[in-house]
Design a protein around this ligand. Structure first.
Ligand code: PLP
Length: 387
């Protein structure tokens, strides 16, 4: 069944599955135990950490493995709360994932300044210098790519501005890693990522923490991760996550070019087939797999159900926002009205999505559009008759 909700989560890549099974079968020992089989497991673990550090361009000691991006984001804000005085403030973009926004607000109550976002979906860095005039700013957090719109954020530029001011910078790279070039990621003072967004297993991810940092301990009760996060390491998960990244970065540029062309062709056809469709962020740089579309009519839940019936899986928005009433905070931030937000669809492809699958999705959209219009006109007819 063609699956177009990869920004919510991805299926396990076969290289990741093999690595997971191999590590679970052959290297299940506790990496801290004092015998040779444990040392072998530790060796694999150390090599994976080194490979990841090299990919990202940071010291191996800056990586803290954890259970994913929600934990990673919480850990960073909780740590900063402990580290700083009660006057400290943070600057956070309006379109961050709730796992950044909520911990930021909990750790720095009424001391969170929101970095606004332009209607293009891009964070407005022209507002940053004014926000940074406050000497109490302890962190700026701007995600690398937005999970709903797919719009790429100017995180490299933001990092540069923060550097000039001596202010630490955090990026949530959950949607970026595995899809875009890694250059500069390892320079961030703090970074968050998770494996299930790029074909790795669920429940595993990592933070990069500032090189000079001491006292970062997101979980107590052990000396794992150099004391930064206690708990027996998830070696199969970590090995599998690293295997997924190795596979993806071997051929990423070609994937990006091919998939972007397929996604763009899909959007062009969609806008012709269903007149009045609007693509959010299409004037901005976006992830090559994402389409965020406002349909001209009919509730998004009806589109999702009708497409699902035809074997195509798309989403009404972010996995976290779907099921909630009202527009997501991302849509509100970019000025999408409530009535439009009910018609929004997020379509997110995979590294391997074929042209046939994208074409099939176009054909399904055309059919559903006709079907929904038929239902509408027969409902209208019924109304006329009954008047
Ligand atoms: N940050 C972003 C940008 C995301 O898209 C997600 C996933 O929904 C998360 C954080 C949370 O990740 P996890 O499911 O690993 O906790």
């Amino acid at each position: 069944m063609p699956y177009f909700d990869n920004n919510a989560t991805t299926p396990l890549l076969s290289v990741a599955e093999e690595a997971f099974i191999r590590a679970s079968r052959d290297h299940w020992h506790n990496t801290s135990s004092p015998y040779r089989s444990a040392a072998q497991a530790r060796n694999i673990f150390d090599k994976d950490r080194e490979w990841l550090a090299k990919l990202l361009g940071c010291p191996a000691s800056a990586i803290v493995f954890n259970s994913g991006a929600t934990e990673g984001n919480n850990a960073i804000f909780n740590f900063l709360e402990k580290k700083h005085s009660e006057r400290a403030r943070v600057v956070v973009s309006e379109i961050e994932h709730p796992s950044v926004l909520e911990p930021a607000l909990a750790a720095f109550p009424s001391r969170v300044d929101l970095l606004p976002v332009l209607p293009s979906g891009v964070a407005d860095l022209s507002a940053l210098p004014k926000l940074l005039e406050n000497p109490d700013v302890a962190l700026v957090s701007l995600m690398a790519a937005n999970n709903e719109s797919g719009v790429l954020q100017p995180w490299r530029k933001c990092l540069q501005i923060c550097r000039q001011k001596g202010i630490p910078f955090h990026t949530d790279a959950s949607q970026w890693l595995g899809k875009m070039t890694v250059e500069g990621l390892g320079d961030c003072d703090y970074l968050t990522a998770c494996a299930h967004k790029f074909g790795g297993p669920k429940g595993v991810g990592f933070d990069i923490i500032s090189r000079s940092e001491t006292g970062f301990n997101s979980q107590l009760g052990g000396v794992h991760e150099q004391g930064h996060r206690a708990g027996t390491e998830n070696l199969p998960g970590i090995h599998s996550m690293v295997a997924a990244l190795k596979g993806l970065y071997e051929n990423l540029e070609q994937t990006r070019v091919d998939q972007e062309a397929r996604r763009n062709a899909f959007e062009k056809t969609l806008c012709q087939q269903v007149p009045g469709t609007r693509i959010i962020g299409d004037q901005s740089e976006r992830l090559w797999n994402t389409t965020y579309a406002v349909m001209p009519s009919f509730a998004n839940t009806r589109w999702v159900a009708q497409l699902d019936k035809r074997g195509f899986i798309v989403s009404t928005g972010s996995a976290c926002a779907s099921g909630k009433e009202g527009p997501s905070h991302v849509l509100a931030a970019i000025g999408i009205e409530r009535s439009e937000a009910r018609r929004i669809l997020r379509i997110s492809g995979h590294w391997d999505t074929s042209s046939a699958a994208w074409n099939g999705l176009n054909a399904a959209f055309e059919e559903v559009w006709k079907e929904l219009n038929k239902t509408k006109s027969s409902a209208e007819k019924t109304r006329v008759i009954s008047v």
